[in-house]
Design a binder for this molecule. Structure first.
Ligand code: NDP
Length: 302
């Protein structure tokens, strides 16, 4: 008997990149323009620098156009909105991403909602959020929760189980992970509960979950005895903790070894949800391009 499935987000991310590379190569080889992603970074937050670098690297690796706009933290909101206006009107730009958080003094809601919703590859614009929440139209989906769904569907299929009718618990209710995760699970027919910092007896609630998604930002908060036997556990958390020898290491919101002993499948940290997030960003850019150019784009992993 083998152990549980370790859901390989890194491997799946590589598969996604390969398929996108082939698709983009076909389009460009046929004389078309390459899909274009513009990434805007204001200020010099070190974590944001790393995220932007990784996004740009993977965008270029699949053959897409990647433009970076690095603005000093003295940039005014008006100047930023002016840049977004230009990018909205640029026919060579399919996706626009403003790296969050923005420096103090900027209203991220105003900035995000200034992006053309059809180019909002983060899926944070109110129109995309509203379409997902109401099940209207075809929204661009937020990348991290969408990446979780791709992993979840593949894992459940390999276990011979269905999302429809399953009992799901999402721990965390942020706008970028918890709430859209709720909506994505709900629209697939799961019965979903969202837990948060005010939830009472969260352990018992989690123990009911066939699918447990943790997006909290607290290292190893979800312990083995919170996990139902045979559950599928998706760990969104990325936390840096101190390790031996003055070093640091990354851990999730789930105690991995304890969850591994109970679950049917579990995502590792790192190498689980993280690599899928950028994969879904590239997918959104390609989808936006396909809509704009009127070309078909079928991707096997979606
Ligand atoms: P937020 O800080 O925005 O939200 C955290 C949520 O967790 C809140 O809803 C909060 O509840 C809830 N929470 C906090 N403490 C507890 C507790 N003790 N018990 C129950 N619920 C609690 O975080 P994000 O959603 O942005 O991110 C969550 C984690 O996911 C982080 O570790 C982040 O680094 C990671 N992340 C990973 C990504 C990836 O690509 N893999 C992408 C995005 C995030 P309340 O609302 O009541 O305060």
């Amino acid at each position: 008997m083998g152990g549980p499935i370790v859901i390989d987000g890194k491997g799946l991310g590589d598969v996604i990149d390969e398929e996108l590379k082939t698709w983009v190569g076909g389009v460009v080889g046929g004389g078309g323009r390459a899909p274009g992603l513009s990434v805007v970074l204001v200020g010099n937050d070190p974590a944001s620098e790393v995220y932007v670098r990784n996004k740009v690297r993977r965008t270029k690796a699949v053959g897409m156009e990647s433009k970076e706009y690095r603005l000093p933290d003295t940039t005014t909101q008006e100047e930023l909105l002016g840049l977004l206006d230009d990018l909205n009107g640029d026919p060579g730009v399919d996706g626009i991403l403003v790296q969050l958080p923005l420096p103090e003094g900027m209203d991220s809601e105003v900035v995000i909602n200034a992006i053309d919703p059809a180019k909002d590859v983060d899926g944070f614009h109110l129109l995309n959020v509203g379409m997902l929440g109401t099940g209207t139209g075809v929204p661009l989906l937020p990348c991290t929760p969408n990446g979780c769904m791709v992993m979840l569907k593949r894992t459940l299929a390999s276990l011979g189980r269905k999302l429809e009718g399953s009992r799901a618990v999402v721990v965390g209710r942020s706008n970028i992970v918890g709430k859209p995760m709720f909506n994505l699970l709900l629209r697939e027919g799961a019965t979903v509960t969202v837990a948060h910092s005010k939830t009472k007896d969260i352990e018992s609630l989690c123990r009911e979950a066939d699918i447990l998604v943790a997006a909290v930002g607290r290292p190893e908060m979800v312990r083995g005895d919170w996990v139902k036997e045979g559950a599928v556990v998706i760990d969104v958390g990325i936390n840096r903790i101190e390790a031996e020898g003055g070093k640091t290491r990354l851990v999730g919101d789930v105690h991995y070894e304890e969850a591994y002993a109970k679950a049917a499948a579990v995502t590792p940290v790192p190498g689980g949800v993280g690599p899928m997030t950028i994969g879904m960003l590239l997918v959104n850019t390609v989808r936006s391009y396909a809509g704009r150019e009127g070309v078909e784009c079928r991707l096997s992993f979606l």
